[in-house]
Design a binder for this molecule. Structure first.
Ligand code: GZL
Ligand code: ZN
Length: 330
């Protein structure tokens, strides 16, 4: 028995040491590092877009390009992003690159970064802060414009005066992408008396959540509804909605339920090519090179432009071929 206990205690000790080992020193002071140290706060891995965005950042902020990248995945929680920023401040990183999950709640932690003399570069979504000096620059998309492109397409395909019955499935509440894409749809619905919002559901930018809320909504209808458009605020929402709609017997495409999606990742373009998604509005995740350009400008002592917007387009089925799909980078 004593021998067994001795072995068990030894094993426990080993496990304890290795666990501590795994946790050591990501909080060490990096102020002496010659490489440019980047503390990066990513939202999570909720969507195909997000994965492509992370890959784009990691491909640029490499050691051979002169960077030490500290990458934190917040698993879709703002408090994890705030904790990571405080850790980066302790480590005295040279820059903080933040992909903020939502617009509000950043004033105090960004003030702490400012007092520590660490410039903050915002990528993708925006923050809503009193003092604009709390961030050095923002690189991202104009989400309202993306929504207006979708509304313009709806105007083209639905003759003025025709009824258009719309289900709106939103992204993460309070994120700039959700706020902008929602505002554009609201403006379009308000300016077309025959456009009707049947329901507004929360898809949180994920396929699983959307499949659940859309299935609940559709199965609660007394009979199959007349749905002209499902306005999905990103591709993963569109995938969840498509799955639920088809399971409930709806035909998706130009002669059935028109799914509109945002991001236009390769998976969505494939569904567009096969006619199940009617419109894919591009949202460009490849923001790494622009972010590096801004940081290099600051390294050279220049003050960067405050806002940098990337070019984006829309895709309908007739714009797509296999070759176009192959040419897409994400
Ligand atoms: C848009 C980005 C959104 C994408 C979603 O720039 O913030 O977050 O549209 C992602 O796919 O989850
Ligand atoms: Zn009109």
């Amino acid at each position: 028995m004593r021998r067994f206990l001795r072995i068990a205690l030894t094993l426990l000790g080993l496990i304890f040491v290795s666990a501590c080992g795994a946790g050591t020193d990501t909080s060490g002071d990096l102020s002496g590092e010659e490489l440019t140290v980047i503390g990066m706060c990513q939202v999570g891995a909720e969507s195909d877009w997000r994965v492509a965005n992370s890959e784009s950042m990691k491909a640029v902020f490499t050691e051979e390009n002169g960077y030490r990248l500290l990458f934190d995945d917040a698993r879709q929680k703002q408090e994890n992003q705030i904790t990571a920023i405080r850790k980066f401040i302790q480590q005295q990183v040279d820059y903080i690159v933040l992909m903020p999950i939502s617009e509000s709640g950043w004033d105090s932690v960004l003030q702490e970064a400012k007092e520590a003399g660490i410039p903050v570069v915002l990528v993708d979504r925006m923050v809503d802060v009193e003092d604009e000096s709390l961030y050095a620059a923002h690189i991202g998309s104009n989400f309202w414009e993306e929504g207006m492109r979708a509304a313009a397409w709806m105007e083209q395909v639905f003759p003025e005066g025709d009824p258009v019955r719309i289900i709106h499935i939103q992204g993460t509440a309070g994120s700039t992408a959700q706020l902008g894409r929602t505002a554009a749809l609201e403006e379009a619905v308000n300016s077309h008396e025959n456009w009707e919002l049947l329901a507004r559901l929360d898809g949180d930018f994920t396929q699983a959540k959307t499949y659940e809320v859309m299935t609940d909504y559709l199965s609660a209808l007394p009979e199959k509804g007349d749905i002209d458009v499902v306005y999905c605020e990103n591709d993963n929402i569109a995938f969840g909605a498509l799955q639920a709609l088809e399971e409930q017997g709806y035909t998706c495409g130009r002669n059935g339920v028109n799914i509109i999606t945002f991001d236009a990742t390769r998976g969505a373009l494939a569904e567009c090519l096969n006619g199940k998604i009617s419109l894919a509005v591009e949202c460009n995740p490849l923001l790494g090179p622009l972010a590096a350009e801004v940081i290099q400008a600051m390294e050279a002592g220049r003050v960067p432009e405050k806002h940098h917007y990337v070019e984006e387009q829309v895709f309908a089925a007739e714009d797509l071929t296999e070759a176009v799909l192959e040419s897409r980078k994400y």
